[in-house]
Design a protein around this ligand. Structure first.
Ligand code: AMP
Length: 307
């Protein structure tokens, strides 16, 4: 089944307690595509870059079954640039720079060849752009999942509330869920978010795993306890790519299958944090992914006799 992904393709400059990078490739849609393409083909990408974005990165994506017809390349302009610095705990970070560049005037056009996709992943991006993609689809996908971040809550809250009414699932981290609802309790925040539009919600808690909610049920998956977390940038998007990649591969959007999707997403995210940027995602094989998912199974499965 095909999957449309929307988001940024960017340059990032990252500082962690372990080191610092100059401009490296990143962006929400880049991470989603690298993760999802392990499970489903084609991944149909919608994004925008300047003519500074490396052709090698585009070629690598194409090689993995990512279609780039929906990626606009603007001559003479710069790609989106983001810079962030992580705190000692590696769970929180400060944004140092957000230069929208080409993103400022982005009017996405959904190519005709993308029409009919069953799954839509709205990666972190301006809510107006996310909504415009939904509105251009002639046939509503089976599942629309949306990510967002504090930046858009600060500058585009009315637009964000509007898109929320059109999606099936929101995926945010704990701080974003609290900011969006003003509720400290994540259970209360989840209830509030599910009155805003989405039927399902995933709250990511960094090294503490992720929660999946629907109206009556909640499921929790831990993150893999890793000895070293090198760079968490893109972990959330990689999680999203693994999650929706699994759902698109199986075509099954039951709550039970979403639980499996969360495990697949968590496994993919655990690779992402091992090296700077998307480096590690480009190295791993199918066998690496399978054995990491097995590690998750071993981590959480136990036998107990009930009284
Ligand atoms: P994550 O660590 O999963 O939140 O994703 C980090 C990625 O999001 C980086 O590669 C950035 O280029 C990208 N990013 C940062 N800020 C924004 C923003 N305001 N909108 C869209 N993408 C962003």
């Amino acid at each position: 089944m095909s999957l449309i992904t929307v988001g940024t393709m960017a340059f990032d400059a990252i500082e962690t307690p372990f080191g610092k990078t100059d401009k490296i490739t990143g962006g929400s849609a880049l991470y989603v595509a690298y993760a999802a393409s392990n499970f489903v083909k084609p991944v149909q990408q919608i994004s925008i870059v300047g003519d500074d974005f490396p052709e090698e990165e585009m070629a690598e994506l194409r090689r993995r079954g990512v279609q780039l017809e929906g990626v606009e390349i603007v001559k003479g302009q710069k790609s989106f640039f983001w810079s962030g610095r992580y705190h000692e705990d590696m769970n929180s970070r400060d944004t140092l720079v957000t230069d929208l560049n080409v993103l400022a005037d982005f009017k996405p056009v959904v190519p005709e060849s993308y029409q009919g996709a069953e799954f839509l992943m709205l990666g972190n991006l301006s809510p107006d752009i996310q909504l415009s993609v939904i509105q251009q689809l002639k046939q509503r996908p089976k599942l629309i999942v949306m990510d967002t971040m504090n930046f858009w809550m600060q500058i585009a809250m009315p637009g964000l509330e509007q898109v929320l009414k059109h999606v099936d699932m929101l995926m945010v981290n704990d701080a974003e869920a609290r900011q969006l609802t003003g509720q400290y309790s994540l259970v209360k925040a989840a209830k509030t978010i599910m009155t805003m539009g989405p039927k399902y919600l995933i709250i990511k808690k960094g090294e503490h795993g992720a929660l999946l909610f629907d109206n009556d049920s909640v499921f929790y998956a831990p993150a893999l306890p890793l000895e070293e977390v090198f760079d968490p940038t893109g972990a959330g998007d990689t999680f999203a790519g693994g999650f929706i990649g699994h759902l698109a591969k199986t075509g099954d959007i039951s709550f039970e299958n979403m639980k499996r999707g969360i495990i697949v997403g968590s496994a993919m995210a655990s690779f992402c944090v091992e090296k700077f940027g998307p480096t590690r995602l480009k190295e791993i094989s199918k066998e690496d992914i399978t054995s990491r998912i097995q590690q998750f199974k071993d981590l959480v499965s136990f036998e107990i006799e009930l009284l």
